[in-house]
Design a protein around this ligand. Structure first.
Ligand SMILES: *[C@@H]1O[C@H](CO)[C@@H](O)[C@H](O)[C@H]1NC(C)=O
Ligand SMILES: *[C@@H]1O[C@H](CO)[C@@H](O)[C@H](O)[C@H]1NC(C)=O
Ligand SMILES: *[C@@H]1O[C@H](CO)[C@@H](O)[C@H](O)[C@H]1NC(C)=O
Ligand SMILES: *[C@@H]1O[C@H](CO)[C@@H](O)[C@H](O)[C@H]1NC(C)=O
Ligand SMILES: *[C@@H]1O[C@H](CO)[C@@H](O)[C@H](O)[C@H]1NC(C)=O
Length: 446
């Protein structure tokens, strides 16, 4: 049976040396990307009914909780990885996990030991230490059976396998990634514990999770798994807390000790200081389960760049979305080229540094660099809102004395562009399913 390509791809765009704490630490900028030219489109979901269902659930549970859930969030820079990490407590009794919050995927999964007797299972192939969730020690861990309708239909979007040796056998999945990374495991329902903004704790039962008995991939350095925050009622507990969630990404080079929060529910319940919030339409269902936005154009130094309108048009296979699991900002070639040309121009006086094929295209010796020479990059939305990131979010630190333009070329084919996590840093982002609205505003996140 032909299965669609996974929505979640990981590949390593860049593998430059970044001196996080000692020589030899690799700062890998990771890019998850859903579509390549020529790949089939991901399945479009019945997002409307999903949304109303999620909202109905939300209202009920939220009136009971009367607070938002918050998970500590920090940068993975200490591990030399261009990702963020959240801390989560799962199972009964609770086990601590550290997951990559990923708006570009739907399933929350963790490295896990269930009933695997092979010495190798649940072990991290990258050679880095991380935890393994011990499903065999949790009384609330209940596998989804392979004979269930869930397994055979709902979870097909999450790459459930069709193998079903006996009716009560767990429903298995195989997420595979373009770089050869994969996570092989079983679906289960499990209890997740959240800290609430009112100081209490909430135990959410029967949250769909993946128990990956086998996984490979350097993107998981420092992490025990991935928290899927993509738009889907089964992906996370997001729908439970009022149909919205938000996060404030600290500076991507911050040490682990600089922590902010991933908030389920209203950020107003949490102690996030944000000067002013702007809003733009959050387009759900236009590009798979991604959080898409309607972009009008990009200006650099106050001049609108000449980018064809098709680049931002969902109907033409284009458009743009935000992704917490993509590091650099990926622009399709017709947008990438004018942006790079406009930003390179004022940097001509700095000696260029070449990393070869794997590096970002444009890096330079930043001795004597003053960010005032860089014209401001502004993303303009169709409804008039503007996102004006600080210069450090697109002229990024790469290695001591070296800065790079934080963009990657997404290719010339019809494809979506991605606002990556470095571009999103030092801002609060609120994803509101009910109002179909994305809120954002500058914040120190601490
Ligand atoms: C929920 O919070 C609001 C505002 O803080 C308060 O007015 C209300 O009484 C609370 N409701 C319950 C059931 O605790
Ligand atoms: C899982 O996917 C990987 C990569 O596509 C493949 O090599 C492997 O054989 C698959 N395993 C199973 C059990 O389907
Ligand atoms: C997915 O969500 C729907 C609606 O909330 C629910 O009916 C279904 O059972 C869920 N599937 C799984 C596998 O949890
Ligand atoms: C809220 O944030 C302010 C400053 O950002 C801080 O002084 C205060 O201690 C925080 N309160 C709580 C309850 O975390
Ligand atoms: C940058 O230039 C300075 C001064 O010319 C030099 O000392 C330094 O080694 C250079 N750094 C890199 C990374 O090339």
């Amino acid at each position: 049976m032909a299965r669609p390509q996974p929505l979640l791809f990981i590949f390593f765009l860049i593998a430059n040396s970044f001196n996080a704490d000692a020589a030899g630490v690799k700062f890998e900028l990771i890019h998850r990307h859903h579509l390549h030219p020529g790949d089939p489109l991901p399945p479009r979901k019945l997002v409307h009914s999903d949304a109303s269902r999620a909202q109905a659930i939300s209202r009920k549970v939220r009136s009971r909780l009367n607070a938002s859930g918050e998970l500590p969030l920090h940068s993975a820079a200490d591990y030399g990885v261009g990702q963020y990490l959240v801390k989560l407590n799962m199972g009964s009794p609770g086990q601590h996990l550290v997951l990559i919050p990923d708006t570009g995927s739907d399933l929350t999964w963790t490295k896990c030991r269930y009933k695997c007797h092979d010495d190798d299972c649940g072990r991290i192939k990258s050679g880095h230490r991380s935890r393994v969730f011990r499903a065999d020690r949790s009384s609330s861990f209940k596998t989804v059976t392979c004979s269930s309708t869930s397994c055979q239909t709902d979870l097909a979007d999450l790459f459930s396998l069709t193998i079903c040796p006996s009716p009560l056998h767990p429903c298995a999945y195989n997420y595979s990634y373009v770089d050869g990374t994969f996570a092989l495991g079983v679906f289960a329902h499990e209890t997740v514990t959240f800290s609430l903004t009112n100081g209490r704790k909430a135990r959410l039962r029967n949250v769909l999770v993946g128990c990956s008995e086998s996984s490979t991939g350097r993107s998981l350095l420092g992490a025990d798994g991935i928290m899927g925050l993509g738009y889907s009622p089964n992906s996370t507990a997001a729908g439970v807390f009022g149909g919205k969630f938000s996060y404030c990404l600290v500076d991507h080079l911050s040490p682990r000790s600089a922590s902010s929060h991933l908030i389920f529910g209203s950020y107003k319940d949490a102690n996030v200081s944000v000067a002013r919030i702007r809003h733009t339409e959050l387009v759900l269902g236009a590009i798979g389960t991604f959080y898409a936005v309607r972009v009008r154009g990009i200006s650099v130094g106050g001049t609108m760049l000449d980018i064809p309108a098709e680049v931002w048009d969902f109907g033409h296979g284009g458009g743009a979305f935000l992704d917490s699991g993509t590091t650099l900002t990926v622009l399709t070639t017709p947008a990438y080229e004018p942006v790079m040309a406009a930003l390179r121009e004022p940097l001509r006086g700095f000696e260029r540094v070449y990393y070869g094929e794997v590096g970002p295209e444009y890096c330079f010796n930043s001795t004597g660099f003053d960010e005032r020479v860089v014209p401001r990059f502004v993303l303009h939305f169709v409804d008039g809102a503007r996102f004006e990131p600080p210069v450090k979010s697109y002229v990024i630190d790469d290695a001591p004395g070296v800065k790079c333009l934080g963009f990657a070329d997404g290719g010339a084919g019809a494809d979506a562009s991605i606002v990556g996590n470095i571009m999103q840093q030092n801002h609060l982002w609120e994803f509101d399913f009910g109002k179909r609205r994305l809120g954002f505003g500058p914040s120190s996140c601490t």
